[in-house]
Ligand binder design. Structure first.
Ligand code: ADP
Ligand code: MG
Length: 723
């Protein structure tokens, strides 16, 4: 059987069915075979209707008296019928499956499997699956597959097509290479066996073994894709920026603080990479407040030193402006503290160690005035470090010699956006890439999806940081437990963030929150009864409660200029309480703000809450975070975890367990990372696949001998690459 063959080659698939299957994403024979049953049915467990007991049951009989009713006022149809066997009759019904009315031949027998229960005064069989008895009885005994509906295509179609292919399963070719390091459950014919057992297992254990093999396949492909990306990346040329000890020392000693050991280690790793003519592809992971920006600044200065350029891409205008300001300050102190020039031969770079060359900075966001003039300067190489938002990515932003790209909060950007920036380096070169994130990547993802990245970790906060205390507090107790604490803090001259989910009062205007709408936890949805709190209303309320304070108001509907104003007022201490939506979540740094209150805390995902909390505790004062909850539900697991830990790496692992990988990294980046069989937290399988794929990737050219594998990993290659 050729799994790459078009779906029309399957017996029973005409042009019309083929078109429908393609619509559902099933293009090839392989796509069809990898559509595994939702569950299995054992048709040996039929019970006579006369002897039914409540619970999961299977009966065999004919069905008559079918009719469909529409439930009053509800968008619900109820289709019901009477099933009969030799021993008795039974009422059955389905919800919103009106097609059932026309599905059955009253003269023929079917197997019905569903829940037998007592409802509204009588017994019924609720929402049974139904299969023509003749079909089942013609098959060998054992478990029989039940498929899901997919894009409107009925389970019966999949069942028919796959049953039709059953005799050919033994001819399914192997997929994975038997290269050194392969695990022992990989042997010739293993794939054919696994696919067969996944559709037609004899026992439950059979199907589990089969799915484990398929999970392995999936992990192998994912990991191989990322290793091959790395391989391809290594073939590109970058502009080498060798380490200059004197220059870096001068820069570091001009800082108002001592670098942490972790910052020094990360900077060292980065300098090693920058010195090579291979593009750096490095992820700088550091929990909120760990001081990533200064590490990035050291790298950017290195590019400027050699007369090349660096670009720093930030996800919001607020953040870009903040980076611009803090880096301007940082480099200005470099100018002040630069030692008198010592004699030095004019070796490359010419600007070396005489006086550190102070990088020239510019800020480019959509609010920037005189954009054209600034862009001309960038193109002429008169700017060394451009800090900006998406405005940086437009085609008319061109660089004289872009050698280094720094992407802050990299998970906020899509693959296409990153690529746009990376393509701005001089022809025939690739820029060095430093991606930064405070959303730590769990180890299991590091091994799989991000295997092509090098990573540096800031696992240490700057000295003098005080711990953040997190409180879970029902909203009803604000008066007693929160306001006094706020008063004390404000009296001490410190500042407060207050976060609400909505902008305007009516709850209907709330933008869906991507990190929770996807979450399966029903608790992520606020109870309909209580509308989400809006920043506007809350700002008013706080202004009344704290008449001596000035209250700032920040949300996404303000213009960039207004946002900047609000933010700089808060940063300068002109406002004392900042009421905001999550627009402050990303990276904003106001060290004098030491309390954050998050209203309707259940509305947010774990990673987002951790990010929000990271807005405080950035100075040398103790900080606190209040998670306000509504309703009388016990707090969810993610809120409880958050009170227990401030370790972003630990929380990321918890989040991965609670939500799964596709959702953590969001549709933005990994919408397609929808693993069908594997779970990334299966360390043993991940490690085995990583080892095996690593061996294979040593000689990447051999992939051409595995055309099906090559085709299958293409989708992952696009997914994982940073370049
Ligand atoms: P993040 O990693 O969250 O981006 P930032 O780079 O914004 O963190 O740094 C947070 C704050 O810590 C800033 O005010 C920065 O100046 C300060 N900082 C960074 N490194 C150190 C250090 N080694 N010692 C003291 N303060 C530091
Ligand atoms: Mg940051």
């Amino acid at each position: 059987m050729n799994l790459q063959a078009d779906i029309v080659t399957v017996k029973g698939v005409g042009p019309k069915t083929a078109a429908a299957l393609r619509q559902a994403g099933i293009q090839t024979v392989g796509d069809l075979l990898y559509l595994l049953p939702r569950t299995y049915e054992n048709y040996q467990t039929v019970t006579d209707i006369a002897h039914l007991r409540p619970g999961k049951v299977m009966v065999k009989g004919k069905i008559t008296n079918l009719k469909t009713n529409r439930a009053f006022k509800r968008r619900l149809t109820i289709t019901e019928g009477i099933i009969r066997d030799a021993t008795g009759a039974l009422r059955t019904l389905w919800f919103n499956q009106a097609y059932r009315e026309r599905q059955f031949d009253p003269q023929r027998e079917y197997y019905f499997s569903g829940t037998y229960e007592f409802r509204r005064g009588r017994y019924q069989l609720t929402s049974p699956t139904a299969v023509l008895a003749a079909d089942v009885d013609a098959q060998p005994a054992g478990l029989q597959p039940l498929y899901s509906t997919r894009s409107g295509l009925k389970p019966a179609l999949f069942r028919k097509l796959i049953m039709g292919l059953r005799p050919q399963f033994t001819t399914i070719p192997d997929l994975l290479p038997f290269t050194p390091g392969h695990p022992d459950f990989l042997y010739p014919g293993a794939r054919a066996e696994a696919l067969f057992a996944a559709h037609f297992p004899t026992t439950d254990a059979d199907s589990q073994t089969a799915r484990r093999y398929l999970a392995y396949e999936e992990l192998f492909e994912l990991i191989l894709a990322s290793k091959l990306n790395r391989e391809a990346n290594q073939r590109l040329k970058a502009i080498p920026l060798p380490f200059q000890a004197g220059f870096t020392r001068a820069l570091v000693s001009s800082l108002p603080f001592q670098l942490t050991a972790a910052q020094r280690r990360a900077a060292w790793e980065i300098f090693q990479d920058l010195g090579r003519d291979l593009p750096m592809n490095r992820l700088l992971q550091g929990d909120v407040g760990s001081g990533k920006t200064v590490v990035a600044a050291l790298a950017a200065a290195q590019a400027a030193l050699y007369g090349h350029q660096a670009a720093l891409l930030a996800p919001t205008a607020i953040l870009a402006a903040q980076h611009y300001e803090s880096l301007s300050k940082l480099f200005a102190s470099l100018r002040l503290s630069s030692p008198p020039s010592s004699t030095n031969s004019a070796t490359q770079p010419s600007t070396n160690s005489a006086a550190p060359r102070v990088p020239r900075l510019a800020l480019l966001t959509s609010a920037t005035k005189h954009k054209a003039a600034l862009k001309a300067q960038i193109a002429a190489g008169e700017i060394d470090l451009v800090i900006g938002t998406h405005a940086l990515l437009t085609d008319d932003t061109q660089f004289h010699s872009l050698a280094l790209c720094i992407i802050d909060e990299q998970h906020r950007f899509g693959v296409a956006q990153r690529q746009k920036l990376l393509l701005k380096s001089p022809a025939a070169t690739a820029p060095h890439l430093l991606a930064m994130t405070a959303t730590p990547i769990p180890r299991s993802l590091q091994l799989t999806v991000f295997g092509d990245l090098d990573s540096s970790i800031l696992n240490q906060l700057p000295a003098g940081r005080q711990p953040i205390t997190t409180h879970l507090l029902p909203e009803t107790e604000q008066q007693d437990q929160l306001y006094p604490a706020m008063r004390a803090l404000l009296a001490a001259g410190q500042q407060i963030y207050w976060i609400c989910p909505a902008i305007d009062a009516p709850a209907a205007e709330v933008a869906p929150n991507p990190s929770t709408t996807a979450a399966k936890a029903p608790s992520a949805q606020p109870p309909a009864a209580k509308p989400l709190t809006s920043v506007k209303r809350q700002a008013k309320k706080l202004a009344e409660l704290f008449p001596d304070c000035r209250v700032g108001l920040l949300h996404g509907k303000l213009s960039p200029a207004e946002k900047d104003q609000v933010m700089s007022d808060f940063a300068a201490g002109r406002t004392h309480i900042l009421v905001s939506t999550t627009v402050v979540e990303v990276g904003v740094n106001v060290p004098n703000a030491n309390m954050i209150i998050i209203q309707d805390a259940e509305h947010y995902g774990l990673a987002q809450l951790h990010q929000l909390r990271g807005r405080v505790g950035r100075g040398d004062q103790p900080a606190s975070c209040y998670l306000l909850t509504t309703g009388n539900q016990p707090p969810s697991r993610r809120l409880r975890e958050l009170t227990k830990s401030t370790d972003g790496f630990y929380l990321a692992e918890v989040d991965l367990k609670l939500r799964g990988p596709g959702e953590i990294y969001g549709s933005l980046q990994h919408g397609a990372l929808n693993l069908q069989f594997a779970t990334l937290s299966d360390r043993r399988l991940v490690t085995a696949a990583s080892h095996h794929a690593g061996e294979f990737a040593r000689t990447p050219d051999q992939l051409s001998a595995y055309p099906e594998l090559a085709a299958r990993i293409k989708k992952y290659q696009q997914l994982t690459t940073l370049n």
